[in-house]
Design a protein around this ligand. Structure first.
Ligand SMILES: Nc1ncnc2c1ncn2[C@@H]1O[C@H](COP(=O)(O)OP(=O)(O)OP(=O)(O)O)[C@@H](O)[C@H]1O
Length: 734
């Protein structure tokens, strides 16, 4: 979230309190003075006239008129002196003069205007007024001076009747001018806040509505040119109220001068345990804040064309998820295992007991099994009510996160067989259906999905339903604005920014939207390293091997049952069997001078697993129906020649044949080969069993030395080259 730091650059307002009368502004009161005077004289005259016309003996009426006349006079004085323009003295003077005149008129009415008494009282009143006048005048002048001073003083903003003009400080003037020059006139500067990578400006759109937020966003490049900023430095965001409601006229313009999007931000070397219940960092927002992802109860969709950093981002996410002690990670990798292998390597090499990925699928059939297994797990958790209405993952009951890279190859309309009869497994539509169901129901059962694809059109993501289930969207660079629009559902501002992320430096730059219609924010993912060996990934896999939780026992059984229902005699427990995962292992053996092995799932080796019993080597070998050895191919013939050349030119081995440990281990090795019977065993298969038992040598080459020694001693016979050959004991080699 952006931090908002209020800067009170606005100066005190020079607004003046207006004249008021009975609390309301009344500027023209002075004009009305003659009116009050004549009104009062008229009213008094009418009263006198009416009293004259009445019976002079009607005393009651005459008495009322005698009271009314001073009241009229007093009121006339009061009205004339109303408002804060008059001093107390002036107000008293005018009221008493009015009331005195009324009393005199009453007396004149009741007696006679020409009597001596009436004449004298008129003269006394006039004398009194004449004497009081200088004092009243000086008091009034003094008051007026004070009044003028009060008028000139600033008053607090909250009692200002009219909205104030924002001050034109140099910063405001500079940005308003620059934006007008860039084609966006009429914007008013409101505020500037500093961010970690630059600053943000709060601007107000012009009230005539001619410049909208969407239109302003099209000027990003013009603004960058006008302000001499790097491409992508300017982004926009609607300002919101504290409650998160977008304001129509207020816009944040983020200026990220540090250009985080073009920087390389190395993955922090942190390997402490985490929990899926907390958010974890995956990169930095353009304003320098850390991007935290919380992958609980949410499906994520990551979209980006080749080479924009999708694999890297997935690795960052797996890195963090593999630190979670309450997560079981499954991964569908239809790049033939390229993405998963670095994560499996430490385990395949026997350095650790468990792989960080609990299950991998590298073809559609295995992916189907995994999705069916996920569904089985969701149903089991739903039925048993494990963990109440919503599961809070723990190590005993972990969340299962299924990551599907290149999901289009599993559920995309253009992938997969047209019909299940084609023998390539289920159609994409069926798989998309299972996946959608899993996403919908998996949320409360702590089974969540991260889908990655090159494009987010419906053809690629299976169906609209599946896509709309993914609330968390992460877009990397795409090839055209149309693609960009499909990531963030018609949001043209985001689309334009996404389509801009094209150059080398912005690889790994992302736009993140959390929640449907949520804020879309640019950022950059951490960088996991670029060497072919993916050393950072392998190191993390080694360090995190014991962190991810194994699936709970009941879950394992449910998953196994669900997978078995698909037929083919495959379940969860034999997910690492040679038929299903052997290719991962055999490809992993360094075959420096060999031609690459054919990428068939029926490859020749097997990887160990904690879920498979670690004794009884025969379980690991191909079933008799599959054992018929194929005639050697040209590749194998060639490999054999290379191997023979190698062994004839290889330096003397330093394998110590007298070392008792070597003697014991090689005896066990020969025993395993013997148990394999007439099917024979590959070196990888023997290694897998020995590793599972804990009898394997520390270095991989030693087994080849031991095998060579056993061959030389006549204990073992080999067919094929040493690394890809099969080994038999003489009694089984016919
Ligand atoms: N966060 C990042 N920071 C810096 N460079 C990155 C980042 N992410 C990726 N790159 C660069 O982009 C290149 C492509 O990345 P990556 O292989 O992850 O892309 P991809 O989209 O998965 O492509 P592909 O589908 O071909 O594997 C990497 O070799 C790396 O140099």
């Amino acid at each position: 979230m952006k931090t908002t730091k209020k800067t009170s650059s606005r100066t005190a307002q020079q607004q003046v309190q207006p004249l008021t009368w009975l609390g309301r502004p009344w500027r023209n009161r002075a004009w009305l003075h003659p009116l009050f005077g004549s009104g009062a004289v008229y009213a008094a005259g009418q009263l006198l006239h009416a009293t004259e016309a009445l019976d002079s003996q009607h005393w009651l009426l005459r008495g009322a008129a005698a009271v009314a006349l001073p009241a009229i006079g007093g009121m006339a004085g009061l009205v004339s002196a109303a408002g804060d323009r008059f001093s107390e003295a002036a107000r008293g003077f005018l009221i008493s003069a009015g009331a005195g005149a009324g009393v005199w008129l009453s007396a004149a009415m009741l007696t006679s205007p020409y009597s001596q008494m009436t004449g004298l009282s008129a003269a006394a009143g006039a004398l009194l007024a004449f004497c009081a006048y200088p004092a009243v005048r000086s008091a009034q002048l003094e008051w007026e001076q004070h009044y003028r001073a009060v008028r000139a003083k600033p008053i607090p903003a909250q009692i200002t009747a009219a909205p104030a003009e924002p001050p034109k400080d140099p910063e405001a003037a500079k940005w308003e001018k620059l934006l007008a020059k860039a084609g966006a006139p009429g914007l008013t500067f409101r505020e500037r806040i500093e961010t970690r990578s630059g600053f943000s400006l709060l601007m107000r759109l012009p009230e005539n509505g001619k410049l909208t937020y969407a239109r302003l966003a099209t000027y990003a490049e013009n603004i960058e040119i006008s302000a001499s900023l790097p491409t992508g430095a300017v982004t926009f965001e609607r300002a919101t109220t504290d409650q998160g409601r977008a304001l129509a006229r207020e816009v944040w313009i983020h200026v990220d001068v540090e250009d985080v999007l073009s920087q390389r931000i190395d993955m922090p070397d942190e390997h402490t345990p985490l929990s899926i219940n907390n958010a974890f960092p995956i990169g930095k927002y353009a304003d320098g804040e850390t991007i935290y992802l919380k992958l609980r109860e949410i499906a994520a969709l990551i979209v980006g064309v080749r080479g924009r950093g999708k694999t890297n981002l997935l690795n960052v996410i797996i890195h963090q998820l593999s630190r979670c002690t309450d997560v079981t990670l499954w991964m569908i990798d239809l790049k033939g295992g390229r993405a998963v292998k670095p994560w499996l390597r430490p385990w395949l090499e026997g350095k650790v007991k468990r792989p960080v990925l609990d299950w991998v699928a590298t073809d559609r059939i295995e992916a189907h099994r995994m999705l069916a297994g996920a569904r089985g797990l969701i149903d089991q958790r739903g039925q048993t009510g494990a963990g109440g209405s919503k599961i809070k993952p723990t190590r005993e009951l972990p969340a299962v996160i299924v990551i599907a890279d290149e999901v289009a190859a599993v559920v995309g309309a253009r992938s997969g067989p047209k019909s299940v009869r084609d023998g390539e497994g289920e159609t994409s539509a069926v798989l998309a259906g299972i996946l959608t169901g899993c996403i919908q129901l998996g949320r409360s059962e702590a089974v969540d999905f991260i889908l990655a694809t090159q494009r987010s059109t419906v053809t690629m993501t299976g169906n609209g339903d599946l896509k709309s289930q993914c609330e968390l969207r992460i877009g990397l660079g795409v090839t055209n604005p149309q693609d960009a629009r499909s990531v963030f559902e018609g949001n043209s501002v985001a689309a334009r920014l996404l389509a801009k992320l094209k150059d080398q430096a912005t690889r790994g730059a992302v736009l993140i939207q959390d929640g449907d219609g949520g804020r879309i924010t640019p950022g950059k993912s951490f960088y996991m390293g670029d060497d072919d060996e993916q050393r950072t990934v392998t190191r993390a896999a080694e360090l995190h091997a014991d962190f991810p939780a194994p699936l709970d026992q009941r879950g394992q059984v449910a998953v196994d049952a669900a997978v078995r229902k698909l037929g083919g005699d495959a379940g969860y427990f034999d997910r690492w069997s040679e038929e299903r995962a052997g290719h991962l292992y055999s490809d992993d053996i360094p075959t420096l001078d060999e031609t690459p092995p054919a990428p068939t799932p029926a490859a020749t080796s097997v990887a160990p697993t904690s879920a498979i019993p670690t004794t009884g080597g025969a379980r690991f070998f191909p079933r008799s129906s599959e054992k018929t050895p194929k005639p050697p191919s040209v590749d194998e013939e060639w490999a054999k020649i290379v191997a023979e050349y190698e062994s004839s030119t290889a330096p003397e081995s330093d394998y110590d044949t007298a070392d008792p440990e070597n003697v014991d281990r090689s005896a066990r090795m020969v025993q395993i080969i013997d148990e394999a019977g007439d099917q024979g065993a590959t070196a990888s298969e023997v290694m897998a069993i020995m590793r599972a038992e804990g009898t394997l040598w520390k270095t991989r080459t030693t087994i080849y030395d031991a095998l060579k020694k056993a061959i030389a001693d006549g204990l073992v016979v080999r067919t094929g080259s040493d690394r890809r050959g099969r080994y038999y004991t003489p009694r089984h080699h016919g």
